[in-house]
Design a protein around this ligand. Structure first.
Ligand code: F6P
Length: 329
């Protein structure tokens, strides 16, 4: 079988480990792996991976040592042309021309919806892989890159605690995650932040200020607040302004962690998840899988139809909200 692999959308730590898993599993089955560079844009541009010896196929050596490397050796991009019928038809023609039998796109929501659309024009098999720090996909308990992103955010917040303590400050730390509050929620729970604001958990400003006044009166000198970039108050800077106008008793500073969360060497959980899903995706192709995403649900690898993975985004669970209520009280 000839398998095409690409990374699309925002990069995520563990994408390389996933490519490694795919290539190693494909080699075991005597499959050929074609690396498509720069995601769907690269597919349209026929931008293919060539190894140091000029071979168009990825083999064991092409992915050697990649488990610990951040980013993606295949590069990534967002591709507006892939959202048009013309772009999808062109991409299908390239796949046919290169005699690719199956495609393994690694990415998030946009990557998977692109894959769904592609199926209208191309009859090859597609198994998607969840590579995004956002953890917003259904069909897997964790996405590749999420655990590392949370680790990075927690490291940063741990450092901010020092300055918050030294200067009696409130930090309002914004994390990525698009519309999904998981990065914010996990970061808050793991770092012991007092307040979280996401699209789903956003208290009205007066209620927040009342809470801040209460904890200040109880003697709390500094405060850590974690805000999701998609929070319903409009993100950290707007929130800071709104709180100030409503008489926030704390002097506050904003820190936007942004793309820092997408970088760095993947943590062991991401490396293992990426390897497992990469291998699982290739084996699933050999068992006839098509139009599905390879994920991990309750400790087991699982295939879920692509549309079901993006029909909604993951919601912060009631259990987590309750946990936060107790530990942040
Ligand atoms: O989907 C990953 C992500 O990092 C989101 O958390 C964020 O909203 C977005 O991508 C940023 O995209 P870009 O790098 O294109 O600005």
């Amino acid at each position: 079988m000839r398998i095409g692999v690409l990374c699309s959308g925002g990069d995520a730590p563990g994408m390389n480990a996933c490519i490694r898993g795919i290539v190693r599993a494909a080699n075991e089955k005597q499959d050929e792996v074609i690396g498509i560079c720069h995601g769907y844009q690269g597919l349209l541009d026929e931008d293919f991976y060539v190894d140091q010896y000029g071979s168009p196929f990825m083999d064991r050596g092409s992915v050697s040592g990649l488990a610990r490397v951040g980013g993606t050796i295949l590069h990534s991009s967002r591709c507006p042309r892939f959202q048009t019928e013309e772009g999808l038809k062109d991409a299908s023609n390239v796949l046919r021309k290169r005699k690719i039998d199956a495609l393994l796109p690694i990415g998030g929501n946009g990557t998977l919806s692109g894959a769904i659309e592609l199926q209208n024009f191309w009859t090859g098999r597609i198994v998607g892989l969840p590579g995004t720090i956002d953890n917003d996909l259904l069909g897997t308990d964790l996405t590749i890159g999420f655990s590392t992103a949370v680790q990075t955010a927690v490291d940063a917040v741990d450092k901010l605690y020092d300055t918050a303590g030294s200067h009696d400050l409130m930090f309002i730390v914004e994390v990525m995650g698009r519309h999904c509050g998981d990065v914010a929620m996990f970061t808050a729970l793991a770092s012991g932040a007092e307040i979280v604001s996401t699209a789903e958990i956003a208290k009205p400003i007066p209620e927040m200020v009342e809470h801040l006044k209460k904890i200040k009166a109880l003697g709390k000198k500094s405060v850590m607040m974690i805000v999701s970039e998609g929070d319903s108050h409009g993100g950290a800077y707007l929130l800071q302004e709104k709180l100030k106008e409503a008489d926030n008793p704390y002097d506050s500073r904003v820190v936007v962690l942004g793309h820092i969360l997408r970088g760095g060497s993947p943590c062991p959980i991401d490396r293992m998840l990426a390897a497992e899903l990469g291998v699982f995706a290739v084996r699933s192709l050999h068992e006839g899988a098509n139009g599905v995403m390879a994920g991990r649900i309750r400790e087991e690898p699982a295939l879920t139809p692509l549309p079901e993975c993006i029909i909604d985004h993951r919601r912060v669970t009631e259990k987590m909200k309750q946990l936060l209520k107790v530990v942040a009280s």
